[in-house]
Ligand binder design. Structure first.
Ligand SMILES: Nc1nc2c(ncn2[C@@H]2O[C@H](COP(=O)(O)OP(=O)(O)OP(=O)(O)O)[C@@H](O)[C@H]2O)c(=O)[nH]1
Ligand SMILES: [Mg+2]
Length: 257
């Protein structure tokens, strides 16, 4: 499931103002407000960062770079959101970047002191892409509140790497870098847990999926698109038209890849 490299590069540049250098892997940083995204961003990128706005939106766009094991990365700090079902412009930016910008890995930062609320976003991102790393941040605050997080069990349940961190004191960041490298480079395969919906919804999905597959040539996750269509999510339909040239039938299989 991916847009071909040339199209993706064009979408990143023209639609999101992101210009990855040759060979640079793109990391999207997502999370609820106030969970420590900027703290992680600053710790990983140091002074190699710049801020602006998302094209056409008055929403902050921070980009920075770092290198790990001789691999260059471009880290993009997405707006803090509770959801990416696009009820606000921030959610629309986060959703469209993850869906159409197709980062090599999306890092979802969770607040260890209120995991239940935070996991909602992680599960939504995992419906769009398998390339996810979860960081359970503020683990020091959780300890103070006698909250214990079973990281291994969470990783088992989610099917993606889960790393505990206290970003303010730079705890856990080495493990985080290793996990980002492994997922973004393809060295580690994930199997993200997918939400099962009611039998009615699952039946409707089965009917919709083949039709969607014919239209999008595996450029996007068909199940997620089907769910948005069942939601009647017009903003997402508009985004598909804006970011993908669906009426252009691929001339060869490369264009579908
Ligand atoms: N104790 C503790 N505090 C942290 C940790 N990570 C971040 N913080 C603090 O939490 C607050 C919020 O951190 P930010 O990095 O600004 O969070 P954010 O997710 O970027 O917030 P928004 O951009 O407003 O959504 C700051 O005061 C940080 O210093 C951590 O691991 N432990
Ligand atoms: Mg921030």
């Amino acid at each position: 499931m991916s847009i071909c490299p040339a199209s993706r590069q064009r979408v990143l540049r023209e639609h999101f103002g992101i210009l990855p250098a040759e060979g640079q892997l793109v990391v999207a940083l997502a999370g609820n407000p106030n969970v420590g995204k900027s703290t992680v961003f600053n710790a990983l990128t140091g002074l190699r960062q710049h801020t602006g706005n998302w094209p056409g939106k008055t929403v902050d766009n921070a980009q920075g770079t770092f290198t790990y094991r001789n691999q260059d990365f471009l880290l993009v700090d997405l707006p803090g959101t509770y959801s990416i079902l696009a009820h606000t412009v921030e959610e629309e930016v986060a959703r469209d970047f993850i869906c159409f910008g197709q980062p090599d890995v999306t890092l979802v930062i969770l607040d260890a002191t209120c995991l239940e609320r935070n996991l909602n976003l992680a599960l939504q991102v995992m419906e769009i892409t398998p390339n996810v790393v979860v960081c359970v941040n503020l683990i020091d605050e959780a300890k103070k509140k006698n909250i214990q997080v079973d990281i291994a069990a969470l990783e088992q349940e989610l099917g993606v790497p889960v790393i505990a961190a206290a970003a303010r004191s730079k705890e856990g960041l080495d493990d985080l870098l290793a996990a980002l490298y492994e997922v973004a480079s393809g060295a580690r395969q994930t199997s993200p847990r997918q939400i099962s919906y009611s039998p009615e919804v699952e039946t409707a999905l089965l009917l919709l999926l083949p039709k969607i597959e014919c239209l999008i040539y595996s450029k996007l996750p068909a199940r997620w698109i089907a769910l948005r269509l069942l939601d009647g999510d017009q903003s997402f339909v508009d985004s598909i038209s804006c970011h993908l040239e669906l009426n252009r039938r691929p001339a060869n299989r490369e264009a579908a890849g």
